[in-house]
Design a protein around this ligand. Sequence first.
Ligand code: ACO
Length: 367
Amino acid sequence: MAAPSEEFSVNANEAIRIALVQPGPNHRILTRHEFHPQFTYPIVGEAEQIFGYKGLDVEIQFAAHDLRPHVNITYEKKFQTIGTTSALDLNKTLGNFLPPIAFQQGFEKELQKDATKWTPPGVCVNKYTRGGQSYEVWAGSLLDAPLRALVDNIQILIVLFIEGGQFINLDDVDWTLDRWRVYLVYHKSSEPPTPLACPYSFVGYATTYRFYKFQKTGPEREDVTPFSFPPSEEITPTKLSSRLRISQFLITPPYQQHGHGSALYQAIYDEVLADPTIVEMTVEDPSEEFDKLRDLNDFDKLEPQFKAADIKINSSPFASVERARLKAVPTATLLQVDKLQTIRAKNKIASRQFSRMVEMYLLAQIP
Ligand code: ACO
């Protein structure tokens, strides 16, 4: 017979289910998409086990349009406390990652309240189609209350799907600064599944924030410090120039691998290019998958520009290696640095990422 510790231990990644739902007929709920988390260690601990239940099912439902959450917990048997050992308090544990409305009654009723009239918060910044379906990217400031509520509802997905993903502490955000901009991707159905449902269904989102970019005040000085207001005296007259940093970026599993991540990335990037006060786009702690997405998209944009500018290595790299043994070879003798700097500034790409792109381009030229 299995020891109680084994019998009453369940794998949290299997026991937790996420469901994007819509109102159905007769006050029933229609599940649009269902998937399991990739990581649960930030919530239940390193072993990703939930102790104290047999046949446990933890369903975290989200209204597909406004992402109102609701937690549904069922189990066959709960472990009775023995000594100091007791079953994990699931409501309390999940309560650290979800807003209080997730544990309230009446979700079915709330789900259909004004759903048909609902549109995403912010403004629509891009529309595209994939597989004959329509999608929209909406963007707005985190100062906008409906957008903030939506981010608060959904942030649990950041810890469930991004390794080391960090919450935005909405209590700590300085609301006197309009620093954060949120981008949302929605599928827009031409015909919602029921007359009660909203045509908008959540696909993914990204959060971004700005940093001041200090201008060079000395020969080699170029620092970045967190956006602060009012600006300190050190900042030069071009103080408005800033960097945009992508903080959190997530496409939900049912929509991954269909180009939605690229569409979201490009929508953010287009806004960066169009905004004269943003001089560079950076990414906070990118995952390997995100690096790949970023490389593919940046390379597609830069490759024709490198070609048009006839970027190539000026002299044999091997000759340079020989010379480098005696004396460091300045990059300027190997590459057309002026041309590259012009391309980088125009495309507002961070220097390290730009160097990767140049390297990829030069490697692709080797016959
Ligand atoms: N049809 C089919 N496939 C396509 C299409 C299309 N129209 N367009 C692109 N693809 C392919 C791409 O070529 C790419 O292929 P590859 O994997 O073989 O290179 C693949 O689909 C992925 O590209 P996208 O579909 O554009 O990316 P996706 O929508 O899957 O998003 C992301 C990628 C964001 C990493 C997503 O998988 C995700 O959210 N993962 C979990 C969370 C995460 O890691 N987030 C990033 C953390 S870093 C941060 O937050 C700053």
